[in-house]
Design a protein around this ligand. Sequence first.
Ligand SMILES: [Fe+2]
Ligand SMILES: [Fe+2]
Length: 303
Amino acid sequence: MTADLGHTDGGMDGMLLSRAEMTFNFAGARLEPARDREVLGWMMNQFLYGEITGIQIGHWLYQAPDIEAARFLARQAVEEFQHVDNFLRIMTLLGVSPAPAHPVLRFLATGMMGGSWAEHVALEMAAGEGFVLMCFYAIIDTLDQPRVVDILTRAVKQEERHVAFGEAQTMRVIDGRPWLRRRLLGLNLVSLWAVRRLARVMSTRLPQDSPVLRQLPQFLARVVASHELRMRRMGLLDVPLDRLSSVRRALLVAEAYVGKVLGAVVGLLLWPVGFVTGRRKRRLTDTYLSDPAIQKPAITDGQ
Ligand SMILES: [Fe+2]
Ligand SMILES: [Fe+2]
C-alpha cells in the first residue's frame, strides 16, 4: 500500500471518512431556487425515489445476522420514511412536484439491489448511501434556501449512521473471505460506472447555467476519490483504483457480476413492459407517484 489512508476513526457518527473528506469545494458557487428550479426539481425527484427504496429494508430485516443489526434496520426503515416526508416538504418549499426518477437512478437503487447481506451492506449502505450523503453535503453547502438546508442538515445525521453501519458490516463480512472481498470490489466498480453514467445524464439533460452544475465533472471526481478512500479503509481495495488494469477490472466485474448485471439490465429494459402488462409485481417503487401519501401529503410545517 502506498497511499496515505489517513485515520479511520475521525468520521461523523463513526464513519470511516470525515465530512471534509466527503466534501467538494464549489468555490462559492450557489444553487438559487428560482434560477435552478429545474435542476433542483430533477435532483429532488431522484432523492425521493431513493428514500422510497427504504421499503427494501423489509427484505434485509428478515435476513439480519443478529438482533443488533435487525434493530438498526427497523430504526432505519422509520428514518427513511421520515426522509420521504422530508423530500415532499422540500419539494413544496422549492415549488417543484413529484415526478419519475431517471432509469439509471432506478437501476442503481433498485435494479442492482443486493442479492445477499454482504452486497446489501457494501453496495447499498456503505457505497450507495455514501454517494447520496456527498450529494446532501453539496446541497447543504450551496443552496440558498435555509429551510431546505435545515431539513437536510437533520437528515444527514441519520444518513451518516446508515453509512457507518454499512462500512462496519462490510468489514465484518469480508474478514477472512478474500473471494467475497473480490466480489464486492467488482460490484463496486459497476456502481461507480452507474454513478458516472448518472453524472453524464445530468450534464446532457439539465440546463447548464447553474455555476454549481457546471462543476459536476470535478464533483464527480471527488465522489469517486472519496469512494476509493472508503473502499481502501474498509479493506475492499488494496491498491489505488488507477492501478487496476482494465483487464483486471473486467475480470473482477465478470467474476462478481455477470449474471447479476444481465438480470438487472434485462429487468430495466423490460420494466415498462411488465409495468404495462401488470405481469411484474408492482411495488411501492413503481406506484409511489400515484400514492395518496405522495399526491396529498400531510406535511406539518417545519419538518
Ligand atoms: Fe434516507
Ligand atoms: Fe439512509
